[in-house]
Design a protein around this ligand. Sequence first.
Ligand SMILES: Cc1cc2nc3c(=O)[nH]c(=O)nc-3n(C[C@H](O)[C@H](O)[C@H](O)COP(=O)(O)OP(=O)(O)OC[C@H]3O[C@@H](n4cnc5c(N)ncnc54)[C@H](O)[C@@H]3O)c2cc1C
Length: 504
Amino acid sequence: MTEAQDSVPDAAALRARAAETHVVVVGGGVSGMVAALECAKVGMRVTLLEAAERLGGAIRTADVGGLTLDVGAESYATRGGSVRALIAELGLADRVVVPAGGRAWLAGIPGVGAAPMPAGGVLGIPENPFAPEVRRVIGWSGSWRAYLDRLRPVLTIGHEHSLGALVRSRMGRAVLERLVAPVVQGVYSAEPDTIDVDAAAPGLNAALTRVGSLSGAVAVLRGERDPALAPGSAVEGLVGGMRSLVDALHARLVGLGVDIRTGARVDGLSAAYGANDRPGWSVTVLEDAPENRDAAAPAIAADAVIVATEETVARALLAPAVPSLAPQPDHEPPVVDVVTLVLDTPALDAAPRGSGVLTVPGSHRAKALTHASAKWAWVGEAARAASAHRHVVRVSFGSQGEPPATEDLDEAAAIDLAREQAAQLLGVDLSARDVVAGHIERYAQSQPASVIGRAARVAAVRTQVHAVPGLAVVGAWIAGTGLAQVVPDARDEAERTRAQLLWG
Ligand SMILES: Cc1cc2nc3c(=O)[nH]c(=O)nc-3n(C[C@H](O)[C@H](O)[C@H](O)COP(=O)(O)OP(=O)(O)OC[C@H]3O[C@@H](n4cnc5c(N)ncnc54)[C@H](O)[C@@H]3O)c2cc1C
């Protein structure tokens, strides 16, 4: 046997090494749960610490008017296939469903009101500015202005980074404000001017240079791409809601012997000797839950820590080890309020606005609406089982730089505002009597990964964290918002941590 072969540990030695390795995951949202799963799978000892009383983070359900409903994430993008692969691994493949309920609508179009969102397009940028459904939204003058795109020369040196600037210069304000801004607000809770074209629509700039127009580039992208890869395209959900994913992950983690502690808020990390007298970490926990509370609880010793919280907490926890990550005092994550309404009215039986409504920014106090019982068959069936004309509608408020209109309202007033906005957005009368129940949930969102400069900033964070052995960071703030980004990133980072601990 050569010296090199001699130094490669065999499977039994690796298993033994894994079993004596302790990984602490901070944060029990989907990123933390996936990271915990990947480490536990190879036999590592894993402790998952979650500050709240329940796992799941932004995947949440609530009982609203007797229906168990998603009140946070309600779907996942199919692109990349990793969420679907996780779902299959957890035995949930037979619960996968696609949304129904027809196309979304646009509301708040000046001089028009509401109209169906034109089909096709990339981030709302139309392939054909004269298509009747596009013209209905932007008018003849908007279509002619957008057509200029085909006549104007393209930049020969460099390209435009800002999505807003690109669309404005090539197709004009009507396309930007009435088609692109509602989509960007709905997907990223941000303004198009702040969004990086290359991050939000990879390949668009290159196609523009090749074919000489933005609408042509959209056509190329839509034709060339697997629809499942197109930005903002195919999504799927789970019967029973995305909560099923959290419940299945939870069960799998329990099965693998992961020590799951809820009501356990991590307060600090410091370099120390780990579980086996190897360099590692000391994790300080404030036990919130009465059953876990133990004033004398010692700090937890870990060989590796995976931080899976939202950005502000992650920066504060990581800063002692990575000083450049000190919290950013001026960083205000966008706050989004989601109000779920259970309504009883025949006026919604025909789903007057399909699966939901996006708004032209500035036109309404709400940002978007989902007619959940029209969009998801399982929600519709559950609602109708309770009462013939029962419906579920989600109304969201707030975006980057604009606090939610519900910010200072109590729950009853927020529900009433959501009802009034839903009536406007759906184009029906909705009285307070039609509201069976309502529920409000507040989220601090991370800045979208597609914001200009963000990709470089988070890449720098990753590099700095990777330079510290036994430390990893996962979650939407670093991977990008959306389960299709969060899940594969958490898996990859856990694999990196595993390899470092077992082979490093
Ligand atoms: C309203 C809303 C709707 C969405 N809809 C969709 C959708 O339809 N499709 C989609 O793909 N994505 C959607 N998303 C995005 C998606 O939900 C998130 O990208 C994803 O769930 C983030 O997971 P995470 O693990 O990174 O973070 P989180 O889910 O935020 O989890 C972080 C966890 O860390 C915990 N924590 C914080 N501080 C501490 C501490 N000190 N100690 C211990 N634990 C701590 C928190 O309590 C939380 O549970 C939506 C997001 C929101 C807010």
